[in-house]
Design a protein around this ligand. Structure first.
Ligand code: CP
Ligand code: NVA
Length: 304
């Protein structure tokens, strides 16, 4: 593993290795055991969209590993004035040990890989959010003990989070079901790849069929960053694609609820369900730091 561009690129073993290291790093942090595996290393973080969790968890995580992180707002870089990614990649490769980028197009990451010579980490694109999914899988394993026989139900937009979680689940043998309005289901090219995992991947417009006997209910905002203009329309279209008491009542009794955050209460999730499952949701948010530290150690620390 040289980069983390999308979950689809990882094998089952690579995902499990990251999760195991994340568990170890979480243990070391909680027990005050020093783990400065990235002493002297510097991560550059480029943001073309807002962030709370990604920015802070990467910055703090690098510090805990003995390294540094530099936040680079795209609008402050010459990139924001048109300097090509291929030049930015070659310059930053001479200063930094790795780049984490949050942007729109997945192609930007591919260009950074092509023209740069340091590890590239996807901190969210319109296509994928692999760091979030690693934290989600880590949290699911903490609560459920193992991945064996699990059913994960994602209710909402078949966009970056759903795409990435679908790959993460099917690669680990977890059944993944998406409930979304027809026009917001996962795109055909991705579905065609996911279909090779047989019955592990399905999509439906029926929220209750999807949630039935689920071990994990998970959702994301109806309108992602960059889709704000359409958000009023989406509120009509997505009405009913919500995690609420009725939906929860058809899932398994011990089902957990996950949300990548930020949450829009009373849209994709009711305030009641959110608050009743807040521990699970904020454990998931906490696990961003542990999962990302594992990715950083693997990529910047050259530990296989
Ligand atoms: N879930 C997530 O990526 O949060 P931020 O947008 O705050 O980074
Ligand atoms: N789908 C959301 C995820 C935010 C973490 C977005 O892209 O805005």
């Amino acid at each position: 593993m040289k980069h983390l561009l999308k979950i689809a690129d990882l094998s089952e073993n690579e995902i499990i290795d990251i999760l195991n290291l994340a568990d170890q790093l979480k243990y070391e942090k909680k027990h005050g055991i020093p783990h400065q595996y990235l002493l002297g290393k510097t991560l550059g973080m480029i943001f073309q969209k807002a962030s709370t969790r990604t920015r802070i968890s990467f910055e703090v995580g690098m510090g805990e590993l003995g390294g540094n992180a530099i936040v680079l707002s795209a609008s402050d870089l010459q990139m924001g004035r048109g300097e090509p990614i291929k030049d930015t990649a070659r310059v930053l490769s001479r200063y930094l040990d790795g780049i984490m980028i949050r942007t729109y197009a997945q192609k930007d990451l591919e260009d950074l890989v092509t023209y740069g010579s340091i590890p590239i980490i996807n901190g969210l694109t319109d296509y994928a959010h692999p760091c979030q999914v690693l934290a989600d899988l880590m949290t699911i394993r903490e609560y459920k003990g193992s991945f064996k026989g699990l059913k994960v139900c994602f209710i909402g937009d078949g966009y970056n989070m759903a795409n990435s979680l679908a790959y993460g689940c099917v690669k680990l043998g977890i059944k993944f079901v998406l409930a979304a309005p027809k026009q917001y289901q996962i795109k055909d090219d991705i579905v065609n790849e996911l279909k090779s995992y047989g019955e592990l991947f399905t999509m439906t417009e029926d929220v209750f069929a999807a949630a039935k006997n689920a071990d994990v209910l998970i959702t994301d905002v109806w309108a992602s960053m960059g889709q704000e203009e359409e958000s009023k329309n989406r509120r009509d279209i997505f009405k009913g694609y919500q995690i609420n008491d009725d939906v929860l009542s058809v899932a398994k009794k011990d089902a957990i609820v996950q949300h990548c955050l930020p949450a829009h209460r009373e849209e994709e999730i009711t305030n009641k369900v959110f608050e009743e499952h807040a521990d699970e949701i904020f454990d998931e948010a906490e696990n961003r730091i542990h999962a990302q530290k594992a990715v950083l150690v693997k990529l910047l620390g050259k530990i296989d």
